[in-house]
Write a protein that binds this ligand. Structure first.
Ligand code: A3P
Length: 304
């Protein structure tokens, strides 16, 4: 929602961090857990497009690319509302006085583009029944962890991150909202063999946005002129999105997201983890990573 709309509702935002509970062993906000039946019963439609990610893997970036594709590169149309409003975040409940994500989706006209961070086993079954197209974006575990840490610092409703050291331990143990990064990326990787899933990588998008956007175009069965593709590449660059109030989350209530602590559009880089991991942390992380990622064909680039 735009800042004006949020203000009009006059909500006393809880400045306390949301309580955490679990659904099938995966940590979520208690608000989500309490309404899990509603989320599980969500009715997908055959022409829904779902953008799925582990939190901080490049969701907002992908949302902007997809919106630009769907609007044939019309920047003004893509500025019609904030990212949060344009694409309902199906499992999310921000506040009891605001419609939850699934209700925003129910009110949205088709064809709908929806967002989720759910691990594959918790996706409402109607998405599989309706054979919906899904774009999954994965980001290497180390940069994802650093980004998630800073997001916990700036977003006042996320659980208290503690120190970087403490947060990293929780992340490795999967004791963070939406659960284990390892299980998330592996689960969706496996699912792509049986469903209409385009599995993309943040690092590939960063390295060659043209090539990756073309994959999205093909998946969405869209054909765009070269000039429009150039425009999309330009408009969805980190530096441009950072200054776009409809994409940088500055329209979100400032009581919740404090961009002075750490901006939502923080660095947008591959390899920033090197500025945070100590040598000892890196060794411990690598040993643990090998165990957790053994037996999968899924590989990541931690630097470009
Ligand atoms: P950093 O914290 O590493 O900067 P999500 O949208 O899934 O919450 O992910 C947010 C992360 O994606 C942040 O990472 C953010 O800066 C980065 N990001 C957003 N838009 C981007 C873009 N156009 N190019 C590269 N990274 C982008």
């Amino acid at each position: 929602m735009s800042a004006e709309k949020f203000e009009a509702i006059k909500i006393d935002w809880e400045v306390t961090r949301y309580e955490v509970a679990e659904v099938e062993g995966i940590p979520f906000t208690k608000k989500i857990c309490d309404k899990w039946d509603k989320i599980w019963a969500f009715q997908a439609k055959p022409d829904d497009l779902l953008i799925s990610t582990y939190a901080k893997a490049g969701t907002t970036w992908t949302q902007e690319i997809v919106d630009m594709i769907q609007h044939d590169g019309d920047i003004e149309k893509c500025k019609r509302a904030s990212t949060y409003e344009r694409h309902p975040f199906i499992e999310w409940i921000l506040h009891e006085r605001l419609p939850p994500g699934w209700e925003q989706a129910e009110a949205a006209p088709s064809p709908r583009t929806l967002k989720t961070h759910l691990p594959v086993q918790l996706i409402p079954p109607s998405f599989w029944e309706q054979n919906c197209k899904i774009i999954y974006v994965a980001r290497n575990a180390k940069d994802n962890a650093v980004s998630y840490y800073h997001f916990h610092r700036m977003n006042q409703i996320m659980p208290e991150p503690g120190t970087w050291e403490e947060f990293l331990e929780k992340y490795m143990a999967g004791e963070v909202l939406w659960g284990s990064w390892y299980d998330h990326v592996k689960g969706w990787w496996k699912a792509k063999d049986n469903h209409r899933i385009l599995y993309l990588f943040y690092e590939d998008l960063k390295e060659n946005p043209r090539r990756e956007i073309q994959k999205i175009l093909q998946f969405l069965e869209k054909d765009l002129e070269k000039e429009i593709l150039d425009k999309i590449i330009h408009h969805t660059q980190f530096e441009i999105m950072k200054d776009n109030p409809m994409a940088n989350y500055t329209a979100f209530p400032s009581e919740i997201m404090n961009h002075k602590i750490s901006p939502f559009m923080r660095k947008g880089a591959v390899g920033d983890w090197k500025n945070y991991f100590t040598v000892a942390q890196n060794e411990r992380f690598n040993d643990d990573y090998k165990k957790k990622m053994a037996g999968t064909s899924l590989t990541f680039r931690m630097e470009l």
